[in-house]
Design a protein around this ligand. Structure first.
Ligand code: BGC
Length: 389
């Protein structure tokens, strides 16, 4: 039987705002609750993981995974500028210890899309003080990171930057990150500088950031246009990781680029629940692109998955993705682990409809139901599966 590299991390990813519930001091909470706002659903109690994290970790352990990715919520740790909550830090310390006690390697993200509302109101990532504000938050979190190796500073800064342009443009119909308008360069420069400052504070940890890799494909000879398109939306963020300890790769689908920009999903192509092209090859291609762009930087797959109501389709997609990943590893790409998105059916930034979870969550009782796909991936992870993809 073929084996994955020694010490390979297997697990699933989550983020605070999407699972904890009642992240009331965050900018996204404010957006969700704005009278006349454009988001169809509020996060509300989310999956109540703020209280049920032990149950979540027990599920992760029970499945046979050896790692778990979650995020620390800045808006909880520093709900008002300069006011650090020791109780919230103690909460996240308990979660880290919960991972360690269960033999799960914690992969800790310090910023997953949401910021404290005060930070946003004070100019967000483009304010001159943004970098020092983020550095101060990272310093506040440092004391609880004992026993942690893997730290992701900022999740998908490229998506964050494109989202900012999209909000400004008031053009919201594009839901694939790579098809969105290019980021204002200031929205790229701010997080890049903040990432560097965070890494200065994180000496001794294996630190990096996680990038949404969009698999841009030139169509009809649009190679130059595609390269330009990809630089602003993806490659500059990879380049900023060239001397990091690792880079997180997150891949779901592909985006085809013609001479006039992003092309729609081809007619008749199979689509996922949120309209993206069903494209399992995205993962293998994404790690190959990353390895070619920033050679020598170890890769951790920090997200890959599918929004579907059909759990067999989740297995089919993930099997295809892992096959591509496996082939890339055999060709010499240095991949250290695979963390599936997501552990739970959670709040998908405005709606609960697209279900990415290995585990279903009852919206009224928060009861967890482990799906067959979770069992299948757990078997792959722990080597119980008769056949490894
Ligand atoms: C994000 C997640 C999100 C997922 C699926 C990534 O862009 O990091 O927060 O839920 O993709 O859309």
């Amino acid at each position: 039987m073929r084996n994955y590299p020694e010490g390979f991390l297997w697990g699933a990813s989550t983020s605070a705002h999407q699972t904890e519930g009642n992240n009331v001091a965050s900018d996204f909470w404010a957006l969700e609750n704005r009278p006349g706002g454009f988001l169809p659903e509020r996060s509300g109690d989310a999956c109540d993981s703020y209280h049920r994290w032990r149950e979540d970790l027990d599920i992760v352990k029970g499945l046979g995974f050896n790692a778990h990715r979650f995020s620390v919520e800045w808006a909880r740790v520093e709900p008002a500028e300069g006011r650090v909550s020791l109780a919230e830090l103690a909460h996240y310390r308990r979660v880290i210890e919960g991972c360690l006690e269960r033999g799960l390697t914690p992969v800790v993200t310090l910023h997953h899309f949401t910021s404290p509302l005060w930070f946003q109101k004070a100019g967000g990532w483009t304010a001159p003080e943004a970098v020092e504000r983020f550095r101060r938050y990272v310093r506040a979190v440092l004391p609880i990171l004992d026993g942690v190796d893997w730290v992701c500073t900022i999740n998908e800064p490229n998506m964050l930057a494109m989202m900012a342009s999209m909000m400004k443009a008031e053009k919201r119909e594009e839901n694939v990150a790579g098809a969105m308008p290019p980021p204002d360069q200031a929205m790229a420069d701010g997080p890049i500088a903040a990432h560097r400052a965070a890494r200065e504070e994180l000496g001794g940890f294996c630190s990096g950031w996680t990038i949404a890799i969009q698999n841009f494909e030139a169509v009809g000879g649009a190679d130059a246009e595609c390269a330009e398109w990809a630089w602003s939306r993806e490659d500059q963020f990879l380049d900023a990781a060239a001397s990091d300890d690792f880079v997180g790769v997150q891949a779901y689908t592909r985006v085809r680029i013609g001479r006039d920009g992003a092309l729609p999903v081809p007619d008749g192509a199979r689509r996922t629940m949120n309209g993206w092209e069903f494209y399992p090859a995205a993962l293998g291609n994404a790690v190959r692109h990353t390895a070619a762009r920033i050679p020598g930087v170890p890769i951790l797959v920090t997200e890959n998955g599918i929004a579907t109501a059909d759990d067999d389709e989740r297995v089919e997609y993930t099997r295809g993705a892992l096959t591509g990943l496996r082939e890339a590893i055999e060709d010499g790409v240095d991949v250290r682990g695979y963390l599936h998105w997501s552990l739970l059916d959670n709040y998908e930034w405005g709606t609960y409809e697209p279900t990415f979870g290995l585990v279903a969550v009852d919206r009224a009782t928060f009861a967890r139901t482990v799906k067959p796909s979770a069992g299948w991936l757990g078997d792959v992870a722990s080597g119980r599966a008769a056949q490894l993809p």
